[in-house]
Each structure stands twice: as structure tokens, then as C-alpha cells.
Design a protein around this ligand. Structure first.
Ligand code: UDX
Length: 440
């Protein structure tokens, strides 16, 4: 089949490349010229494991094409995927302006022909239904995406569910047939195709992300209790996970949830609730707990490391490992508070150094390094914000000898408390009661 993807962010690109790998011909459209030029040359503007290799091999096979002009490709495809961003505004309302622009462009170029438009972007419940009433000529399907950054290709090729949210019951069997055809070479079990109405599909997406966020906020709340009582948070996490009703996913305590989706969707759901006169107490509490978790950690740093001309080294600025995405990253929030408190900052992240150099180019108090141990030199403390393998496997003795004083704040629990204390570190973690190191 000929498919068209509008929006070449992580979701759009990964989705389209996986369809092309499974035998479809895919046209990608984006109004960001620089991005399109990069993609035409086999390069991506963001880091995602395995994506560039797949991109280059599909370009060589000529099964994908990139353009900044929808007119060039619209007539080739009957099925159009919309994967543009739907960020939130300052108050947390979902902003669908890019989605509307894409639909206007489609409507203008298609004249009298009708298309099936699949909305993958995250939108408020009822949005797809409203769009189908406005752009009557086309068939709309809501099919939100659940892929994660850092494992986008793997997730796309092995989806755990595919939502087929129809705007009209009479269209659902045709929509199911279409999705089965698009996914015929993916080797999927038939149970993963979930037929629903479009509003339910939209709410499933919000519910999934807010549910994951809830688990993280709960384990983080327990981590505070463990830290104060001396209970063992690792054993607590393990034992909770053994209960099959609970399961062991999304139970790692840390600096809270970040990234481009979980925080945004929690805020957007709260505002959506407000718009229909519902105060979403749980979702609000999830957001507040996430905020408190990070602030507690920042206070620990500021209380321990006296400020005047002290240097703090931060390892990891991406919101999680295996991505260079720093949207809503814990590290950026920590850095901003430490700058306000007049610290000097050394930064290192395996994939973000170029972006960091641009962000902090006019801030002499921030130095960006391309080597983890260079960043440690002369620093008075190390703060770990992202659990990259490079940090998990780092030589602890080398960390100690590079630092001015052996003080470590571990926001992702990548080191072991006993070992750190034996090695003579003053070690602050999340969920572990702090004990001063008397050997210092
Ligand atoms: C998320 C959803 O998982 C995905 O289904 C959806 O399509 C997009 O949003 P992603 O943003 O890539 O994916 O991040 P995810 O891997 O879910 O992690 C989100 C945040 O939670 C990260 O900041 C991560 O560090 C944090 N996290 C995750 C924890 O703090 N503890 C955990 O146990 C798991």
C-alpha cells in the first residue's frame, strides 16, 4: 500500500519506517525544511537507537520519500497518518493548532477525493469525532500510539495493542479490514486489534499515560517513607512486583517522570477535566507528587553543598537513557535551580552535549563536557540525573579520585549504598536513609 505520514517526529518517523520495512511505500511530509533535508540524506534530527540504519536502508531501497510539500504526494496515498505534535500551552491545555493546519492542507489539496485520516497525535476525548463532522468528505480513525522513546522501532514492530477508534459504527468493519491489511506482515495476534469508538480510543491514550505516571508517583511517595523510616526500597519494589495484580513495571523510584508525554498528558487531562467541570483529584496529586519528589532532591543538594563558588557536576541531562530528548527532563530543572542558587555547573550527557552547548552558550557559570570524567574534575559533588549504562558501569574509584570531595547525589539509584559508603563516599540516594560517612 501507499501510506503517507504527516509529521516526522519520533512517532511519525518510527511508524512510517516500520511500515516501509514491512513492504509498504511511505511518503513523509513535514513543514520543517531542515529536518526534511536531513532525512533525505539519511540522518535524523534526534537520537533514537537503530533508526538511522533503518532509514538509510529504506532510502537505498527507494521505499520511502520525504517532502515538505503535501501536494507532491497526497494523491498517491489513500491513507494518511497524522503524527504532528500536540504540545500544551502555559496553562496545560492541549494545543491542536499543528493538527488543524495539517487537516486544512489535506482538505485543500484533496479537492473532491476522500481519504482515510488516522489521528495518531494525542488529543482530547471527542476531538476526532468533531473533526469528522467538520471535514465530512474524509473518514477519520483515532489510533493513538504507545511507543516509547529509546525503543521506538522495537515498540513499533511489536505493538502490545492497536486501537482502531471509529467515528461512526458503520465504518468500523472497513477500518478493521484496513488496519489488518496495513499490519498483515507484522505477524500480530488478532487480540491486539482493539475496535472502539474514537472518543474511547482518545481516552485510553490519556488513561495509559496517567496510569503509568500514577505508578511512578506512588513508588516515589513510598521512597520518601522508606528514606525516613530506614525501610529497604529495593525489597519493597521487588515484593510489590511479585504480586501479579500489581506487576513490576514502572516501579523504579527516582526523580519522577519527565519527557514529552507523561507530564504533558497529565496536565492536559486535568485541563480537559476542568473543561467539563470535573476536578481530577488523582491526576492532580500525581503531578504534585512528581513536583515534590524533584524539589526534595534539589533541597538535599543545596543543604549539603555550601554555595560560594562550589562546582557541581551533573551526569545525564536526557529525560531518560537512550534518547537525547531533554523535554521536561529532571536535570534541566535541577540545573536551573542550581544556577539561581549561584553554583557553578559542569554538565555531561552521552548524547546531549551539542544541544547543551547551544542552550547554555551565554552562561559562563555552566560548562559542557564531552567526557564524563573530565566533567568530574574539580567538582565538589556529582549529581546523577539519568541512568545511562556509561554511568552504571563507571569506575567508582576513578569517580572518587576525580572529585574534589567524594559527595554523590544519586537521583536514579544506580549505585549501591553499602559499596559507596565502604569506598568512602558521602552518598545521598532516593529512598535510602542517609547516614553520614564517619570516615570523611
Ligand atoms: C511514554 C509512554 O510509556 C508511551 O507509551 C507513550 O507513547 C509516550 O510516553 P516515554 O515518554 O518514551 O513513553 O517514556 P517512559 O519510558 O514511559 O518514561 C517516562 C518517564 O518516567 C521517564 O522520565 C522515566 O525516567 C520515568 N520512569 C519510568 C520512572 O521514574 N520510573 C519508572 O519505573 C519508569
Amino acid at each position: 500500500m501507499n501510506l503517507c505520514i504527516i509529521g516526522t517526529g519520533n512517532i511519525g518517523l518510527a511508524t512510517g519506517l516500520c511500515f516501509a520495512q514491512k513492504g509498504h511505500v511511505v511518503d513523509f511530509v513535514d513543514n520543517d525544511d531542515a529536518k526534511i533535508t536531513l532525512l533525505q540524506n539519511g540522518q535524523t534530527s534526534h537520537y533514537e537507537p537503530k533508526i538511522e540504519i533503518l532509514l538509510q536502508s529504506l532510502l537505498a531501497q527507494k521505499s520511502i520519500n520525504f517532502t515538505n510539500n503535501i501536494k507532491n504526494v497526497i494523491n498517491k496515498s489513500e491513507v494518511l497518518f497524522i503524527t504532528v505534535g500536540t504540545p500544551i500551552d502555559n496553562l496545560g491545555h492541549s494545543d491542536t493548532s499543528s493538527l488543524i493546519s495539517a487537516l486544512e492542507a489535506i482538505d485543500k489539496c484533496t479537492e473532491s477525493s476522500s481519504k482515510t485520516i488516522i489521528i495518531k497525535s494525542t488529543v482530547n476525548p471527542n476531538t476526532t469525532l468533531q473533526l469528522s463532522k467538520k471535514y465530512k468528505r474524509h473518514t477519520f480513525v483515532s489510533s493513538p500510539e504507545f511507543i516509547r522513546e529509546g525503543s521506538a522501532i522495537k515498540d513499533c514492530l511489536n505493538p502490545d495493542r492497536i486501537l482502531i477508534g471509529s467515528t461512526n459504527k458503520s465504518e468500523s468493519s472497513n477500518n478493521l479490514r484496513l488496519f489488518k491489511e496495513m499490519y498483515q506482515h507484522f505477524n500480530l495476534k488478532k487480540e491486539i486489534f482493539v475496535e472502539t469508538d474514537s472518543t474511547t480510543a482518545e481516552l485510553i491514550k490519556y488513561s495509559s499515560n496517567v496510569f503509568l505516571a500514577a505508578r511512578i508517583s506512588l513508588i516515589n511517595e513510598f521512597s520518601v517513607l522508606a528514606e525516613k523510616t530506614g525501610a529497604d526500597i529495593d525489597q519493597l519494589q521487588f515484593a510489590l512486583g511479585l504480586d501479579p495484580r500489581i506487576g513490576n513495571h514502572y516501579l523504579s523510584p527516582g526523580l519522577g517522570f519527565g519527557g514529552s508525554c507523561l507530564p504533558k498528558d497529565a496536565f492536559a487531562l486535568v485541563q480537559f477535566g476542568n473543561s467539563i467541570d470535573e476536578n481530577l483529584l488523582m491526576t492532580n496529586a500525581i503531578i504534585q507528587t512528581n513536583f515534590n519528589q524533584l524539589n526534595r532532591f534539589i533541597e538535599k543538594i543545596i543543604n549539603k553543598v555550601e554555595r560560594s563558588s562550589k562546582k557541581i557536576c551533573i551526569w545525564g541531562t536526557a529525560f531518560k537513557p537512550n534518547t537525547d530528548d531533554m523535554r521536561d527532563s529532571a536535570a534541566l530543572k535541577i540545573i536551573s535551580k542550581l544556577i539561581q542558587a549561584k553554583y557553578k555547573i559542569h554538565l555531561y550527557d552521552p548524547k546531549c552535549s551539542h544541544q547543551l552547548s547551544l542552550i547554555f552558550k551565554n552562561q559562563p557559570e555552566v560548562s559542557v563536557f564531552t567526557d564524563a570524567f573530565e566533567a568530574l574534575k574539580n567538582a565538589d559533588a556529582l549529581v546523577v540525573c539519568t541512568e545511562w549504562d556509561e554511568f552504571i558501569n563507571a569506575d567508582l574509584t576513578k569517580i572518587k579520585t576525580h572529585l574534589n570531595s567524594p559527595v554523590v547525589f544519586d537521583g536514579r539509584r544506580i549505585f549501591k549504598n553499602n559499596l559507596m559508603r565502604q569506598l568512602g563516599f558521602d552518598y545521598y540516594s532516593i529512598g535510602t536513609k542517609y547516614e553520614p560517612n564517619n570516615s570523611l
